[in-house]
Write a protein that binds this ligand. Structure first.
Ligand SMILES: [Zn+2]
Length: 122
């Protein structure tokens, strides 16, 4: 690769072996989260697992893979190593329209950032 380009390579998880050429420095984060495409929907008769597609108004949670940035390998690629799979839960707050908030809850919390602060502030 030409000098000065930023390229990354993934190790482990479902992205194992994939590379990204000439990416922007803004993507060179310490932790990178990759959506697997699997998500869960709460139906009236129980939950189902969905693969792909857009999450609809009944989404419950979805799976992501977390990669952590390491050193450059001998070819100059920044290596991102698979750390763990996480479930991202949906915010449990109810909006003014009476429907459940569509946003993701913050890690290890029940509510998204907006609803967390509004609850804390009364
Ligand atoms: Zn919310």
């Amino acid at each position: 690769m030409p000098q000065g380009e930023i390229c990354t390579r993934f190790v482990g998880g479902s992205l194992d072996g994939q590379t990204v050429e000439n990416t922007s420095p803004m993507y060179l984060v310490d932790e990178c989260v990759h959506e697997t495409g699997y998500w869960y929907r709460s139906n009236s008769d129980g939950a189902t697992m969905e693969k792909g597609g857009k999450r609809d108004s009944l989404w419950h949670s979805y799976a992501v893979e977390v990669y952590r940035k390491g050193d450059k390998d001998q070819y100059g690629y920044f290596v991102y190593s698979f750390i763990e799979r996480r479930m991202i839960d949906r915010c449990q707050a109810t909006t003014q329209k009476g429907t459940q908030c569509m946003r993701e809850a913050a890690i290890n919390l029940t509510f998204c950032k907006n609803h967390k602060s509004s609850i804390l502030n009364g």
